[in-house]
Every structure is written in C-alpha cells, then in structure tokens.
Write a protein that binds this ligand. Structure first.
Ligand SMILES: [Zn+2]
Length: 303
C-alpha cells in the first residue's frame, strides 16, 4: 500500500460520502438547467423542473403513482432467475453491484410491473428504474417483461410499458442479448391476442431496449426532451465522420422523423393513455369480431 492508496484515496472517498449524505438531508435539489429547486416543488410538479420543464428520472413506484388513477395500484410479484449467471466480475463483482442497487433503490430488479386502472380501464403497466444499474436489461428483467405480457393476456388488459434504460446488461452478455428476442416474441403474443401495447419512451431509452420491445408499441409515446437512441451520438459521429443534425436522438427529432407517434408531458399521461386506450380497444374489438366472422373457403381446405 503506497501513500496514495493509504491517505489520498480514503480522503477523496470521504469527501464524496459527506456530499451525498448532505444532499439526501437537504430540502433542495438541482436540475440540469443549473437552478436549485425545492424537492417539495419537484414532487408536486410530477418530478418535473418548475423552471425549465425537465422531466427528472423517477423510480418504478413513483411512476405507478403518477400513472394510475388516484395513484392506486397493486404490484404484480413475479419470481426472477438467480443473479449473476456468468459469475461476472470487472472492477467489482457483479453480485456486489446488484446488492448495492437493491439497497439504493429498494427494488429487486430495474423492472417492475403493476396492475390498476387508467381512466377507469383495467391496465397492466411496467416500468424501468434508471437508478438500478442504468435500467439495464438482463434475464431478470426479461422474465418480468414476459410475466407482464402473460398477466395482460390472462386478464385481457392492455399493456403499457415505460422504457428507461441504457440497454442490455453487459455482465450477462449473450443471455441479456437473448432477452431482446424473448421480449419481442412476448409483444407478438399480445398482438395475436388483440391486446393494445403502448410504449412510453422516457429519458434515456437506448441500446437493446430501443432495438426490441420499446420500438414495437402499437403507439409510441415519449416524454419531452428524452434521449432515444441505439448507439450513442459520439459513436455515430465518429463512424459517419459528419456533423450530426441539431436535436439528433431527441424525442422531438424522432417525432419529426416518424419513430415517435406523440410527445406528452408527464402530467397529461394518465388522460392521454385513457383516450388512446379507448380508441385501441374499440379497434381491437372490431378486429376480434372480423376474425370470428371469417369462414374458410372449402375449396382451399386440404382434404
Ligand atoms: Zn430545470
């Protein structure tokens, strides 16, 4: 052990620890606009900055409270696979990272699902928490997503999912990538059952999440100012060696280019989902009737 590890490192560590514990106890927080905001004001404004409108990241339970009618919902519990299937370790064992994330967020995984009503319509809702290892998707999130799909099918409810993730978990390698296919197949099952699937992309939605279920909604809603991408802007810029357009990879840019259907402020999401679900459920009902009226032409049947 040299003098750097013995004296300097612990000192730096303690400085950061003091700062974070001070932040937790204070009544104030800051925003990307640089302004100080009273935490109470942020809370009463749907966790959006009252000065610049930035939509701050929220936990799954905070999301459910703001989405369901009167903030009433029931968490859908589901079993998840064992942690750390590949016994992965980088600068820290992956198991330790999971344990720290659980302690910090109070969640078992980055993804959670719940049931309740939106504008009096029974709905299954899922969300991701970026504070849990960047909302990254591994086999546990994959299982939770499939459980949400099964719950929606069994109870004949639409499924609404809020994406907030940097993509798939590198600590679970190919297994995490396989979740892109698994979740896509889950969305197919919803469509086969004529059940509406609405995605709400929030800041940030990236990587394998954008490249799988988050882009497969019947309707894709986004919160204002969200970054939505597959690869990062810097990687693309270095590859194409060109200046990227202004607003590249923002929800607003993608609305103009057809990847996002509408941008809705957080405070209007409950009412907007109500309107969209009414339209989608009527369409689904009409389609189900059409399918049941179809008769097979006998000449086409194989004898
Ligand atoms: Zn702000």
């Amino acid at each position: 052990m040299n003098w750097i590890t013995k004296f300097i490192k612990p000192k730096i560590k303690s400085l950061f620890e003091k700062k974070s514990s001070k932040e937790e106890n204070t009544l104030w927080t800051n925003c990307t606009c640089g302004k100080l905001i009273l935490k109470e004001d942020l809370l009463s404004n749907y966790h959006c900055c009252p000065k610049c409108g930035t939509h701050h990241k929220i936990s799954c339970e905070e999301r459910f409270k703001l989405t369901f009618d009167n903030g009433e919902y029931e968490i859908i519990e589901c079993g998840t696979p064992p942690d750390d299937p590949l016994k992965f370790s980088d600068s820290k064992p992956y198991k330790d990272r999971i344990a720290a994330a659980r302690k910090k967020t109070g969640q078992h995984d980055a993804m959670m699902i719940a049931k309740g009503k939106i504008q009096n319509i029974e709905v299954t809702v899922g969300a991701q928490n970026f504070a849990f290892i960047g909302g990254a998707v591994g086999i546990a999130s994959g299982e939770i997503f499939i459980h949400a799909v099964s719950h929606a099918i069994e109870n004949r409810t639409p499924l609404i999912f809020f994406s907030c993730s940097g993509g798939q978990k590198l600590q679970e390698s190919g297994l995490a990538l396989a979740m892109m296919a698994k979740t896509t197949l889950g969305v197919n099952e919803l469509k086969k059952n004529n059940l509406p699937f609405i995605v709400c992309m929030t800041n940030p939605t990236a990587g394998g999440v954008t490249a799988s279920w988050a882009s497969l909604g019947d309707l894709i809603v986004a919160e204002p100012g969200s970054t939505i991408s597959f690869a990062g802007a810097r990687v693309i810029k270095d590859t194409v060696r060109e200046e990227l357009p202004s607003g590249f990879q923002t929800a607003e840019y993608l609305l103009d280019h057809g990847q996002v259907d509408t941008i809705v402020e957080r405070k209007y999401l409950n009412s907007t989902f109500g309107t969209l679900l009414n339209v989608l459920l009527k369409k689904a009902e009409a389609r189900a009737k059409q399918v049941s009226n179809v008769t097979i032409d006998k000449s086409l049947q194989v004898s």
